[in-house]
Design a binder for this molecule. Structure first.
Ligand SMILES: Nc1ncnc2c1ncn2[C@@H]1O[C@H](COP(=O)(O)OP(=O)(O)OP(=O)(O)O)[C@@H](O)[C@H]1O
Ligand SMILES: [Mg+2]
Length: 266
């Protein structure tokens, strides 16, 4: 077999992200098995699957979380094999992950945090004044009180406020790929609207690709979904168009789980 067959960089020229035959484990055992997933440039993707399927794990592994061991397979991003790169380097390359449970950083005011993450990016260089204007404008569009900017990062923030902080980071960093893990969980109707407008803005202004991990199809109502990927038991079992969201919403994952169990037994 020639190198062009196995090299993930040659899989598809339109692909921004290409995950090939990825198997991942932790000390307790294997979590992901031979995962294959392609995200095209600028496309909106949804990753669905039952609790414990491995969706968050996949998001963290794409971001380069050192808690997981890649046993085999590869991750290519924007024409580069990033499988061995640190999370920091992947972030610089343009990958963004919003956490299912955002971390709190005592002692670091939100504003300083935002300034420091943007200053790491040569392409986002701007004057202190311009940065202040940009942050204020984003706060307004996210319906976020600017007084939060002086508070310690996420400390004592409500669930909804933490999610808004993540949207703020997303819109400041303008990544090429945003992986949003349960960005909607625990949001009230108004906050859900704010977050989905933030996602919309990211799509329009940054032309970024999205991989949304969710159980809540309401967040997807405003989003034109290009591809849906279904994960069961640590592997992707189906891909489809946006219509799959509604079908799964109505029918659940049972049929996919049954088929996955059958193929394991076979
Ligand atoms: N760091 C870890 N150490 C040990 N086990 C882990 C770790 N991370 C994930 N797992 C296990 O891997 C499996 C998949 O977890 P993961 O969080 O990826 O699921 P999920 O699809 O995101 O589920 P949910 O829809 O509930 O968020 C679970 O059984 C989980 O306990
Ligand atoms: Mg999860």
């Amino acid at each position: 077999m020639g190198p062009f067959v196995t090299n993930p960089l040659h899989a598809d020229p339109n692909a921004l992200l290409s995950v090939s035959d990825l198997s991942v484990s932790v000390e307790d055992g294997q979590i992901l098995h031979d995962v294959n997933l392609t995200v095209d440039r600028g496309s909106a993707n949804v990753l669905m699957g039952p609790n414990g399927a491995g969706k968050s794990t996949l998001g963290h592994v794409i971001m380069g979380d050192g808690a997981y061991t890649v046993d085999s397979g590869a991750i290519a991003f924007d024409g580069e094999d990033v499988t061995a790169l640190s999370a920091d380097k992947r972030s610089l390359a343009g990958i963004f992950l919003s956490f299912q449970a955002p971390v709190e950083i005592p002692g670091v005011p939100l504003y300083s945090f935002l300034r420091s993450i943007t200053q790491k990016r040569p392409e986002l260089k701007m004057s202190a004044r311009k940065f202040r204007q940009r942050v204020r404008e984003l706060c307004e569009s996210l319906d976020m009180d600017p007084s939060y900017l002086t508070r310690e990062l996420n400390v004592g923030f409500s669930g909804g406020e933490k999610k808004k902080v993540e949207m703020l980071q997303l819109l400041l960093l303008e990544p090429k790929l945003a992986i949003l893990d349960e960005t909607d969980s625990g949001l009230d109707v108004d906050a859900l609207g704010v977050v989905s407008r933030g996602i919309q803005r990211f799509r329009e202004e940054c032309d970024g690709a999205l991989l949304v991990i969710t159980h809540n199809t309401r967040i997807l109502e405003r989003l034109a979904v290009d591809r849906v990927h279904v994960m069961v038991d640590g592997t992707i079992v189906a891909h489809g168009g946006g219509d799959l969201v509604e079908r799964i919403d109505a029918e659940g994952f049972e049929a996919y789980e049954r088929r996955a169990a059958e193929s394991r037994g076979a």
